[in-house]
Write a protein that binds this ligand. Structure first.
Ligand SMILES: Cc1cc2nc3c(=O)[nH]c(=O)nc-3n(C[C@H](O)[C@H](O)[C@H](O)COP(=O)(O)OP(=O)(O)OC[C@H]3O[C@@H](n4cnc5c(N)ncnc54)[C@H](O)[C@@H]3O)c2cc1C
Length: 134
């Protein structure tokens, strides 16, 4: 029997699930409900996507190229020096694009990357706040 999935909260987790369902191409219908009137809230900050799992998920979700282009890949470069800039230790960034490399991306930018290409009808922001009232 065909069924439709309701995804509550258009955070990174909800949007990634939407991408995975879309990517699976099994005709599974879904709709995202969010209490905000627009997707991409005002609280933006930089996320460190350092762990392998997050990058593998983005690959499976089919957004790797967009993520690669939108992310900064030099965030895991490290230099330890004294106040005169005498270097005790230094290493450059890992190879950009490697699943082991550190990547940094704005949270709202990542939401944009995940939203791009989703069926428009699944993305209508709606006031879902009543759903959390019990
Ligand atoms: C300053 C800061 C830095 C961070 N840095 C990192 C980092 O470097 N690396 C990392 O991996 N993580 C980091 N995090 C954590 C990461 O940002 C969160 O884990 C992630 O964004 C949460 O995703 P989520 O899908 O669970 O969001 P959720 O909280 O599930 O979704 C947020 C969305 O839910 C909506 N919403 C809220 N309540 C309701 C409701 N009742 N009904 C409907 N919709 C609702 C909001 O409008 C919003 O659009 C950081 C967090 C902060 C605050």
């Amino acid at each position: 029997m065909p069924f439709k999935i309701a995804i509550i909260r258009a955070g990174l987790t909800g949007l990634l699930l939407a991408r995975l369902l879309n990517q699976a191409d099994k005709g599974i219908e879904f709709e995202i409900f969010d209490s905000a009137s627009t997707l991409g809230d005002s609280k933006d900050y930089i996320l460190n996507v350092y762990r392998r799992n997050g990058k593998v998920a983005l690959k499976i979700a089919g957004v790797w190229d967009a993520f690669f282009n939108a992310a900064r890949w030099d965030g895991d470069a490290l230099t330890i020096s004294d106040k005169n800039l005498f270097k005790y230790y230094s290493h450059g960034p890992s190879k950009p694009g490697s699943v082991f490399a550190g990547a940094e991306i704005g949270k709202n930018k990542l939401r944009e990357v995940l939203c791009d290409g989703l069926p428009e009808k699944s993305l209508e922001p709606e006031d879902a706040s009543h759903q959390s009232d019990g």
